[in-house]
Design a protein around this ligand. Structure first.
Ligand code: RIB
Length: 309
């Protein structure tokens, strides 16, 4: 089988990860345990994951003309990602994410910096990457008009578009026509559907389908994920019980694995099962990009689970 070809359009950040026994209260100063500088950004994480999972992967994004930017590009190259679509700008510093990790969970503040200098023109300049791909994977740490333009161009070129709508941003209704797979988490779904987190999951997902997204898949942390089948009924795909080290980037791994599997010809449910396996492995290691599993690791995990998958 040919290697699936994935183009990721999205953010590239330096993650400044502070490990701490607990989160600080408002106005409180805490002594943390450790700080690490780790390549991150939803776009870059998804590109690294897709590449490690065996896809021929390119990224369209932006970094600043600074040492963080150079480190981020090196990390992408080291992971086999084509960076010809990454622009280096002097208009802003490389994006950063300030991440607190405590007891296996995290909270994040992103400062987009160079990611927000990306323009629709940058997408047009790298249209060849879109044209040569099987699938286009986008998130929302870059300007929404760029996302909208990229999704529209990708559809005009006949490509499958996966939008991981994270972090939640107001999206124009007409954009949903361009989305083949819409993959919010539970909180994002609550915000996009307008129904809140206590609402019925099926009802909230149907709202997104009626807006135009062809497939709606909601990730539910350790509980797994849910999708609407062809009859509009909700189906749950359970997650896997693993010992959690760091959940940062788990959603990125899920989306990349989903895209790789779909581009490789898998049906929706099969692709979701693959994404669940990959993202379970991602949380067993520290760091977003560093924790992304290879396709061999996912296959071996699947064999280990045997008939329970
Ligand atoms: O999804 C995790 C990512 O979100 C981190 O790597 C951080 O950079 C933020 O963008």
């Amino acid at each position: 089988m040919n290697r699936p070809k994935v183009v990721v359009i999205g953010s590239i950040n330096m993650d400044i990860v502070v490990e701490t026994g607990r989160y600080p209260q408002v106005g409180e100063t805490l002594l943390g345990d450790k700080v690490s500088f780790i390549p991150g950004g939803k776009g870059a994480n998804q590109a690294v994951a897709a590449s490690r999972l065996g896809a021929k992967t390119s990224i369209i994004g932006a970094v600043g003309d600074d040492s963080f930017g150079r480190q981020m590009v090196d990390s992408l190259v080291h992971n086999g990602v084509n960076v010809s679509g990454v622009k280096e700008t002097s208009q802003a510093a490389t994006g950063i994410a300030s991440i607190y990790v405590s007891q296996g969970d995290n909270s994040i503040v992103v400062v987009p910096g160079a990611n927000y200098t990306l323009t629709p023109g940058d997408i047009d300049r790298h249209e060849r990457l879109l044209a040569e791909s099987d699938i286009v994977l986008i998130q929302l740490e870059i300007p929404v008009p760029v996302v909208q333009h990229a999704a529209r161009r990708a559809k005009e070129l006949g490509k499958t578009v996966v939008l991981n709508p994270a972090p939640a941003q107001p999206l124009p209704d007409e954009m949903f026509d361009c989305i083949d797979y819409f993959t919010p988490n539970r909180t994002e779904l609550a915000s996009y559907s307008g129904l809140g987190t206590e609402a019925d999951l099926t009802e909230a997902m149907l709202i997104m389908k009626h807006k135009g997204a062809r497939h709606v898949i909601t990730t539910l942390s350790s509980e797994g994920s849910a999708f609407l089948n062809s009859s509009g009924k909700i189906q749950l795909v359970p997650g896997h019980s693993v010992s959690v080290v760091d959940t940062t980037g788990a959603g990125d791994c899920y989306n990349a694995a989903l895209a790789v599997a779909i581009a490789g010809g898998a049906r929706t449910e099969e692709a979701i099962r693959y994404a669940s396996l990959a993202s379970a492995l991602a949380v067993t290691k520290f760091g977003a990009q560093e924790g992304m599993p290879t396709s061999e690791e996912v296959d071996s995990f699947k064999r280990h689970l045997g008939k329970f998958v």
